[in-house]
Ligand binder design. Structure first.
Ligand code: GLY
Length: 393
């Protein structure tokens, strides 16, 4: 009897520590995020150098230029921390790093990532402050992004530089879905109807061409600029042309959910759900994906915490717009993801100044493999804020 009680106690302890189903302590995790960002300020004197990743042996962020695709995530994180804490010292830091990004609006668009860069930063800043200067810069950047749109194909060209380098006449990557949010926002805020139409058409064409029959996505679609037709489905950051790259699938889930919010087109909702369903069906037990679902060395392949954070945030929106039975399933899954991400294995805590460990940026290039990466932190805090609002707190 005594042994039985000890056995049950040990099992309960084990599952309360390691089960991904344990509750997410939203306030506790948001307070943790606020604490972590404050640790970085002494190392970030130059506001034009923005945190991107942390080396395995380091505690502090390695920084990048304002023109890098990841530049908007740090200011975006600061806006979320300000929204949560209402701390004016954090707001001043958010404003400082946000204003460093203003020159992005003055450059000719060289890639599709303008939405990531300005909407996570200035978009959140405008949402919280209604600063007219932010609005102006967002509108100008939306116009700049729209110059990459090809009406024959019906999508924005993600990487114009790949026309020559890879002989891809017009390429669109699944990540591009996220940049559409800037266009939808701009069309509602004085930027003109054509921006909405570009975003909507981009999503429709992507829906037809980027998915396979099972609703996994390919990373890149190459299009013919004369006929507008798809030439091929290939990968750049995934394992191979037929694999399911975890973060690509995350962008699809998050992006089509956002497009449904903006358009109410039921096909976008169905696409988001199908993309989520195959992703959820193939997850490992802790709900954090390997960097690619078809990586040959699973279970030894690196994880991608960033994909988990993006999907958790996306599902917390998806669960608010779908049927009740699906909503329960999606919310439960999002909670499991956040619980895992908030565990001692995935949180950075004293190891470094990020929120999270174990993200993978570009495995085929062997860059940012099993690292703290800024966008994982951005979507983690966004998901926590979404959960807080969903819980009515
Ligand atoms: N948008 C680039 C990436 O997800 O790595």
């Amino acid at each position: 009897m005594y042994k039985l009680i000890i056995g049950i106690t040990i099992s309960l302890l084990f599952f309360s520590c390691f089960s991904p189903e344990k509750n997410v302590m939203v306030e506790q995790e948001l307070t943790y995020c606020a604490r972590q960002v404050k640790k970085s300020f002494p190392f970030l004197a130059d506001s034009t150098k923005l945190p991107r990743n942390i080396k395995a042996e380091s505690k502090n962020w390695d920084c990048t230029s304002i023109y890098d695709w990841t530049s908007g995530f740090w200011p975006g994180i600061l806006w979320y921390v300000y929204e949560y804490t209402q701390d004016n010292a954090i707001r001043r830091q958010a404003e400082r790093f946000t204003s460093a990004l203003f020159p992005v609006a003055n450059r000719r668009a060289e890639h599709h990532d303008l939405g990531f860069m300005v909407f996570c930063s200035l978009g959140n800043g405008y949402r919280l402050t209604q600063n007219a200067l932010y609005r102006d810069i967002l509108l100008r950047t939306a116009d700049s992004l729209a110059t990459l749109y090809n009406p024959t194909v019906g999508t924005i060209c993600s990487w114009p530089g790949m026309r020559k380098k890879m002989q891809w006449p017009h390429n669109t990557i699944i990540d591009n879905m996220i940049n559409l949010e800037l266009l939808f926002w701009a069309s509602k805020n004085g930027g003109g109807k054509h921006l909405y139409q570009i975003a909507e058409r981009h999503a429709e064409v992507t829906m037809r061409n980027q998915f396979r029959d099972d609703y996994s996505t390919c990373h890149v679609v190459v299009y013919d600029t004369i006929t507008g037709q798809r030439i091929s489905q290939v990968t750049h950051q995934g394992y191979n042309n037929t694999s399911m790259w975890a973060r690509g699938q995350a962008w699809a889930i998050y992006g089509f959910t956002m497009c449904y919010r903006e358009t109410r087109n039921p096909a976008f909702l169905a696409t988001a759900e199908r993309a989520a369903d195959i992703y959820l069906a193939k997850l490992p037990a802790d709900y954090i994906p390997y960097w690619d679902f078809n990586a040959p060395d699973i279970p030894h392949a690196p994880r991608d915490a960033s994909a988990a954070a993006i999907v958790a945030s996306g599902l917390l929106e998806l669960c608010q717009v779908t049927t009740r039975s699906k909503a329960t399933r999606y919310k439960k899954a999002a909670l499991k993801m956040l619980a895992s991400l908030s565990s001692s294995y995935y949180q950075s805590r004293e190891q470094n100044n990020a929120f999270l460990l174990h993200s993978t940026g570009h495995y085929p290039n062997q860059s940012e493999v099993d690292r703290s990466i800024i966008y994982a932190d951005y979507y983690y805090i966004e998901a926590l804020m979404r959960l807080k609002k969903l819980n009515g707190e």
